[in-house]
Design a protein around this ligand. Structure first.
Ligand SMILES: [Zn+2]
Ligand SMILES: [Zn+2]
Length: 419
């Protein structure tokens, strides 16, 4: 625009009609299409027009006669685009009682209708046609926004609404709600995740007193219980940044985790209060720190991290402190070759892994009883490094000392994840 030129008032959108459009309209006229389907034959031309308006302009190009109304239902969509009054209540019913702010939507089609559309496009020559499915999905999303008072957000939905057109119902997928935090475990009898009974594989038997579980409780269940109740979710998955042995405590700032709540009904949760409630209800067995809402991406981050960890390990060993200090100096000066311990061989492949004890020192010494602090690479088996695991870890502390070593206890005191 040049300076001084007056602003042109915004007129109706341009829809130039040339010989190609007249040809298209002439061929489409006898097909018995509703105005929505007729206009959609040129649906990717002229933004801002509705399809019935496109249909009107196409028909006007043929002459003064108005567009004939088909006698029966539209030969393509069978009246689908007139049935919002049926589909919207179906959606409302399907998400009843579900808190929802962002949704994605789509539709499932009878392949015959889609094939019929292909045939019509080929018949009339419609290079700018918009498919019925794309048009339906767009309208469906627009109308759902109004109906559900939520935003269409295909990139980050909480709920997906799929209109199953042949079945005449709306399928709802509730996406998980993720909570991240760090847990401290102050108990030596608690597995990280729910541990199904080996005998009955979770169905319940006499060995597990019908619980289906080897251990009555787990960090997953203790952390998850208040979140499960508050969200109305159907279950949990627990993603830890690694895991400690059942009989090892998890101290320091705790271990990062993401709790996945499956099919939640409510999403606006008081996360810090629920985290505190989980700790309180556990009777001092666990604590949850830094709890906040997370994303699916945080699950990947937590699962893929391999941070160094620090441990405190209590040992029974009949050797003087000076000799132990020499052995620790040797142990930290070279890599260790660690074959998968026998105790985890049932769930880990039998490999030899190279790991490093990064730092080691004696923090308590009395009467053949020592407490060490160690820092090691992710995936180092500390108990096996101490007692040697019958030569499966080399070098090992017992081997370096030339006397047997018994592990009395093991605690993880820090996960060095950089947070
Ligand atoms: Zn139609
Ligand atoms: Zn059982």
């Amino acid at each position: 625009m040049t300076a001084g030129e007056p602003l042109a008032p915004a007129g109706p959108p341009e829809f130039p009609v040339g010989p190609a459009e007249i040809e298209l309209a002439r061929k489409a006229l006898p097909l018995g299409l509703c105005p929505e389907c007729f206009g959609r034959l040129a649906g990717r031309r002229a933004h801002g027009l509705s399809n019935p308006e496109r249909a009107r302009r196409l028909a006007a190009a043929l002459g003064p006669e108005p567009l004939p109304t088909p006698s029966g239902p539209c030969s393509l969509c069978r009246g689908l685009f007139d049935r919002w009054a049926t589909w919207l209540p179906r959606a409302t019913t399907a998400v009843e009682g579900t808190e929802l702010h962002r949704f994605a939507c789509g539709s499932r089609w009878d392949p015959e209708i889609l094939a019929r559309e292909e045939t019509i496009w080929a018949q009339v020559g419609a290079p700018d046609g918009e498919s019925a499915r794309a048009a339906f999905n767009r309208e469906w999303g627009k109308r759902l926004e109004g109906e559900l008072h939520a935003s269409g957000d295909p990139a980050d939905p909480e709920v997906v609404l799929l209109a199953d057109l042949p079945a005449g119902r709306v399928e709802v997928t509730l996406l998980p709600l993720y909570i991240q935090g760090r847990y401290r475990k102050l108990d030596r009898t608690l597995p990280q995740t729910r541990w199904p009974c080996r005998r009955c594989e979770g169905r319940g038997c006499t060995a597990c007193q019908g619980t289906g579980k080897t251990y009555a409780e787990s960090v997953e269940e203790l952390v998850g219980a208040p979140f499960l109740a508050a969200s109305g979710a159907e279950g949990t998955r627990f993603h830890g940044m690694g895991r400690e042995d059942i009989d090892a405590r998890m101290l320091g700032r705790g271990r990062p985790f993401v709790l996945e709540l499956r099919r939640p009904r409510r999403r606006s949760l008081d996360v810090p209060a629920l985290a505190a409630a989980a700790g309180a209800a556990s009777g001092g067995r666990i604590e949850v720190l830094d709890a906040r809402v997370a994303t699916a991406g945080d699950v990947v981050r937590v699962k893929e991290a391999s941070p160094e960890k620090s441990y405190r390990v209590g040992l029974l060993v009949g050797a003087p402190e000076a000799k132990i200090k020499d052995a620790l100096a040797l142990a930290t000066s070279r890599a260790i070759a660690q074959r998968t311990p026998r105790r985890v061989a049932h769930r880990r492949s039998d490999l030899v892994r190279t790991r490093r004890i990064v730092a080691a020192r004696v923090v308590e010494a009395a009467e053949g009883r020592y407490t060490l602090e160690l820092r090691a690479e992710a995936g180092t088996y500390i108990k096996e490094w101490a007692d040697g695991d019958d030569g499966r870890t080399e070098p090992n502390l017992a081997g370096l000392l030339g006397v047997p070593v018994t592990v009395e206890f093991l605690d993880v005191i820090e996960i060095h994840d950089g947070a």
